[in-house]
Design a protein. Structure first.
Length: 210
């Protein structure tokens, strides 16, 4: 496994992903679980945020205490399923700016096409977290990272809840300079480029569409 890949192994995360996978899990519960999983993953992914000591005054005395320092954060969901993960990250860092990348997948070639890209200002000065629940072929994820880099983004992390080995390999090889965080690594892609065992179409399950 490449050293830019982190496969999560926390029992709470595994438990929530199991419920997420169940076909009987309804839209409301699914949506809440995606947020909770994103929060747990974000907590781990932001472990290396730089801090600086500042002087504060507690009810007892003055002291030095750390706060987050350095670059500001940008959260960039890949539309539309990535939207389901945004609030989980914002609950940890409410001041983060949010951009959006819109991609659709060609039904025959399974390759991504961009239809929308709006990123926060000074993206080159920010730590960027790209969100997409599913990493299947890796085409959309690689394209999303490409778009962020073209706009000047340099410090990039990619978070997905479920990944197929094929997509994870493609993304890590295309962008060895980013950090990739995966909730669980699944078995393979089927002939329709769906992750197996997976959890179906994340966007449809988050938004209650078919």
């Amino acid at each position: 496994m490449s050293n830019n890949i982190t496969i999560m192994d926390h029992p709470l995360l595994a438990h929530k992903i199991t419920i997420l996978r169940k076909k009987q899990t309804g839209t409301n519960e699914f949506r809440k679980l995606v947020e909770e999983i994103a929060m747990l993953m974000g907590y781990e992914a932001m472990r290396d945020l730089p801090t600086a000591d500042i002087e504060i005054e507690t009810p007892i005395e003055k002291c030095k205490s750390p706060e987050i320092a350095g670059k500001k954060l940008a959260v960039v969901p890949v539309l539309r399923a990535g939207l389901g993960m945004v609030n989980g990250i914002l609950s940890l860092v409410p001041t983060a700016k949010v951009g959006h990348i819109g991609l659709y997948r060609d039904e025959k070639t399974h390759e991504p096409h961009e239809y929308y890209c709006k990123l926060p200002q000074s993206i080159n000065e920010r730590d960027i977290i790209i969100l997409d629940p599913m990493l299947a072929t890796g085409g959309s994820a690689s394209a999303a990272v490409d778009f962020v880099k073209k706009h000047g983004g340099e410090s990039i992390k990619f978070l997905c809840i479920i990944a197929a080995p094929e997509g994870l390999k493609r993304l890590s090889e295309a962008h060895p300079d980013i950090q990739i965080y995966v909730g669980q690594l699944d078995r393979c892609l089927n002939e329709n480029a769906y992750i197996c065992p997976g959890l179906g179409d994340a966007g449809d399950r988050i938004f209650g569409t078919k």
